[in-house]
Design a protein around this ligand. Structure first.
Ligand code: NAP
Ligand code: G4F
Length: 382
């Protein structure tokens, strides 16, 4: 049985990856932070009582800023594979917490690499570092590929730049099987609520159900290459199964503006919105409604309420969501991953939005949510 250690197991990718590896027969160990509230919602369906024998999921308290703790866990677990997914992953928040971000996101992986080296696990343990398309920042080439120069635009990206290069350095210096996955944005029903896609799908669901009137957004013109997290954790696994370590861009190759993502999210439930105005005055207004589609996706009992919103504003802009330096566009070329890993995304942008909208509608309809047994995504890989 192979043993994997996942940092950031309570996050979006940690949850999907754990399930994926457990299905493959792995014993999965995860590092979670102590929190005053339960923070394991995303992996509760995988949790096993500590008294169960031969558990496939085992959690350890830890933190990427604590090297002794990481070293002890790695020594105890003796992992075949480490997936370093833990990070302060919000770009806007990194401007407020730059030092902490550098410590966790930059030095965190150094602590892991060094622990593996000092524990003499170099031959045994393979390491995946969660690198990011944010490294390309002010893009120097379109689309971005493995050879595109980096130009970070946030404390988050600057920290991840260090993490990227120290991973490459340990590979070259000590012959470690250490690889970077340069993943472009990937989303899902489990995406954190303050990232733009989830903020939108939650808000659209609430507007449709008459629970909310208008969402306020930041830069509507920025463009992202969005994939589904389920597809992206398959790539992480594939990267560590390669005979030789290397760095890979993982992306769909399709770019969409925030504005179009919002249009599509409303479109998914039969609502047409039109944008008008410029800059901070820009708004989106409901201009039409396909009642049949709305009835099918949201529920007939909500049609009347939504009909009253035709002609009204449902989206506005609030500069508080602007970033001091913005990444205006990201689009990846994943040819290397396609050729060497045989990796292809199964989800396009429309299927991703459908999945997220369905899930958030269900989540917002509390009763239906509870009756159906909680997260619709209980078995992510089925
Ligand atoms: P996420 O949902 O924000 O999860 C981050 C995880 O890291 C959570 O489990 C969090 O714990 C944990 N964490 C944060 N600080 C920590 C610390 N100091 N010590 C230990 N654990 C800590 O992020 P994600 O979307 O799953 O992304 C996974 C990784 O891929 C991150 O490194 C991210 O930067 C990177 N990445 C993400 C994307 C994307 O589009 N999703 C793209 C490229 C790269 P809590 O649950 O306690 O907060
Ligand atoms: O969803 P976002 O916050 O994600 P961002 O900044 O692209 O970062 C995510 O993807 C990276 C991969 O490229 C990861 F490394 C990182 O950990 C994270 O997962 O913002 C996307 C875009 C930005 O241009 C932002 O300015 O959406 C724009 N945006 C517009 N209005 C907004 C909003 N972003 C957020 N979070 N909230 C808004 O209201």
């Amino acid at each position: 049985m192979k043993v994997a250690l996942i940092t950031g197991i309570t996050g979006q990718d940690g949850a999907y990856l754990s399930e994926y590896l457990i299905k493959k027969g792995y014993e999965v160990h995860g590092i979670k932070r102590r929190s005053s509230l339960f923070n394991t919602d995303r992996i509760d369906h995988l949790y096993q009582d500590p008294h169960v024998q031969d558990r496939s999921l085992i959690l350890h308290y830890g933190d990427l800023t604590d090297s002794m703790n990481l070293t002890r866990i790695i020594e105890e677990v003796q992992p075949d594979e480490i997936y370093n997914l833990a990070a302060m992953s919000h770009v806007k928040v990194s401007f407020d917490t730059p030092e902490y971000t550098a410590n966790a996101d930059g030095l965190g992986v150094l602590r892991i690499l060094e622990a593996v080296r000092l524990l003499r696990l170099v031959e045994k343990t393979r390491i995946y570092q969660a690198s990011t398309s944010e490294l390309y920042g002010l893009v120097q080439e379109v689309p971005q590929r493995e050879t595109t120069p980096f130009y970070p635009r946030s404390p988050y990206a600057a920290a991840k730049l260090y993490a990227y290069w120290i991973t490459v350095n340990y590979r070259e210096a000590y012959g470690m099987h250490a690889s970077n996955g340069i993943l472009f944005n990937h989303e899902s029903p489990l995406r954190g609520e303050t990232f733009v896609t989830r903020k939108v799908t939650r808000a659209v669901a609430r507007i449709a159900l008459g629970m909310y009137t208008k969402m306020f957004m930041g830069n509507l013109s920025s463009r992202r290459d969005w994939g589904h997290a389920k597809d992206y954790v398959r790539a992480m696994y594939a990267i560590l199964q390669q005979e030789k370590p290397s760095d890979y861009v993982i992306a769909t190759g399709v770019m969409t503006t925030i504005r179009d993502f919002i249009r599509k999210a409303f479109g998914e439930i039969g609502i047409k919105v039109d944008f008008k105005g410029k800059c901070t005055e820009e708004v989106a207004i409901v201009t039409a409604m396909d009642k049949i589609r709305f009835g099918e996706t949201v529920g007939e009992e909500y049609i009347q309420g939504m009909e009253k919103r035709i002609g009204e504003e449902v989206v506005g802009v609030d500069p508080q969501y602007f970033r001091p330096t913005e990444v205006e566009m990201l689009i990846g070329d994943a040819s290397k991953a396609r050729e060497q890993l045989g990796w292809e995304p199964k989800y396009g942008i429309d299927a991703l939005i459908k999945d997220m909208m369905e899930s958030d509608l269900l989540l917002m309809k509390k009763d239906a949510y509870i009756k159906k047994g909680g997260y619709r995504a209980l078995n992510y890989f089925e």
